[in-house]
Design a protein. Structure first.
Length: 174
């Protein structure tokens, strides 16, 4: 990744289209199969990608000032918020990469931005305060899960695609 990353003009970015990763101009750079799956990244890569994402998040709140109300300064300490912002970032890179194949990609990305931002609001956190959120643990659910997966109607019903007749009309192979 370049030392000085400028996100002022997305067209200037050299992007790996399969992962959305911003690359430097070296052509021999190896493709990272982990992509943007945080848990699959080695710690040094994770730190590098987080810095890259942070640069983009700073661009985001400067470019769309209203997002500041949803993106708290401690966003990177919340896995769920980090995942949402990662998805927006990777989607943004793919959208603004030259050769995007959808005519309305930019509008779709902006729509996704507006739909996603309310999900990021952390009521407990603010400019000077961070509150750790704990993941919920599911206890004693194994037996219930096993019973459900073996006897419930939605797990035992015969396979049938809900759009089968339309697929046949369209000539789509099953």
């Amino acid at each position: 990744m370049p030392d000085e990353l400028s996100l002022d003009d997305p067209a200037d970015l050299n992007v790996d289209e399969s992962t959305g990763e911003i690359l430097d101009d070296a052509e021999d750079e190896e493709v990272d199969l982990a992509g943007w799956v945080w848990e699959a990244m080695e710690p040094p890569v994770r730190r590098e990608r987080l810095a890259e994402l942070r640069t983009w998040v700073h661009w985001l709140v400067r470019t769309y000032p209203w997002t500041h109300a949803h993106v708290t300064p401690c966003w990177y300490e919340h896995k769920d918020v980090r995942e949402h912002l990662t998805a927006l970032f990777v989607s943004w890179v793919r959208t603004y990469t030259p050769g995007s194949k959808r005519d309305t990609a930019e509008v779709e990305w902006i729509d996704a931005l507006y739909r996603t931002m309310p999900r990021l609001s952390l009521q407990e956190c603010g400019p000077q305060k961070h509150t750790e959120q704990r993941a919920r643990e599911f206890k004693d659910t194994d037996r219930v899960f096993e019973v459900h997966s073996k006897v419930s109607d939605d797990m035992t019903a015969a396979a049938q695609h809900p759009g089968l007749h339309e697929m046949i009309r369209q000539g789509v192979e099953q």
